[in-house]
Design a protein around this ligand. Sequence first.
Ligand SMILES: [Zn+2]
Length: 175
Amino acid sequence: MTHPLEIFLFCPKCGAKNFKINDNYSKKCDSCGFVYYKNPVIGVGVAIFNESGQILCLQREKDPGKGLLALPGGFVDIGESIEEAAIREVMEETGVEITDLKLVDNIPNSYIYSGMDQHPLDFYFTAKIKESQHFKEQKGETSHIRFVSPQQINTDSFAMQSTRIFLKKFLSNAY
Ligand SMILES: [Zn+2]
């Protein structure tokens, strides 16, 4: 495995070129002493069910995984809990309010973004949708929001490795 900060050639604080590998997850600047760690960011994803037991799916409109399917979700902002992030991301991506949010699993993810290996830790929830709400797609981010029956879900058509693992376990009643 290459070092997670390999593509960072210069110190982000002072700009010196003496930005050297410190340990497996960090680099240190020999000029100013600045140490930078590459930690996993926290992601959230939500399987939202309607009254018929169908799951809300959407299509990703940007990379990674442009054109592939996803559950609503995203990254936790600074100062947010994972539950707050889940509710906010669902609203941003689909325009709907959810209830009965329950944490089900957390799964390390892995993909390439901006030419760099990314390793978020993704927390997966289930939730219910409040009835008679209209979907509102997030321009440039999501499209084709719709409910899909569990029997019709092909986990291979989902962009994220962690979502494929979560849905496979969920659909085989592993939780
Ligand atoms: Zn420096």
